[in-house]
Design a protein around this ligand. Structure first.
Ligand SMILES: [Zn+2]
Length: 132
């Protein structure tokens, strides 16, 4: 039941093997490629030592193909990517770019789902209609 993930700008696939691979840049300008779990609500992340980031700091994410900033217009702390589930249904995913903040919001039409213990802080940005 693996979702596939895509850049919202160039539509390149971001899923490589069993990971989502994104380009990341820390506050101090250090950067590299990070690997995220494609499983919603799983916040395991592989960050190379070249990236100098501490818990609570913003790690800005970029598409590794077109290098465009993935920060959402909804909130600077949220990155936005597209996803497709096994049935081919497309939806939007927003997730926190703040280290150790566990927030993921999926949106399919009016249907919003929250994942992670910190997601509720962004809930208001997505309207009140929810489906769990
Ligand atoms: Zn791209």
């Amino acid at each position: 039941m693996a979702n596939k993930y895509f850049c919202p700008k160039c539509k390149s696939e971001l899923t490589v093997g069993n990971n989502i691979v994104l380009s990341a840049k820390a506050k101090d300008g250090s950067g590299g490629l990070i690997k995220l779990s494609p499983k919603l609500g799983d916040y395991s992340v592989e960050i190379p030592e070249t990236i100098n980031v501490k818990p609570g700091e913003l790690l800005t994410l970029f598409c590794p193909v077109c290098h465009r900033n993935l920060s959402s217009s909804k909130h600077i702390h949220l990155a936005h990517v597209l996803a497709k589930d096994e049935e081919g249904k497309e939806f939007d995913i927003y997730f926190s770019q703040v280290m150790n903040e566990h927030s993921t919001i999926t949106m399919l039409g009016d249907h919003v789902k929250l994942y992670g213990e910190h997601a509720s802080k962004y809930q208001d940005l997505f309207g009140t209609r929810q489906m769990f």
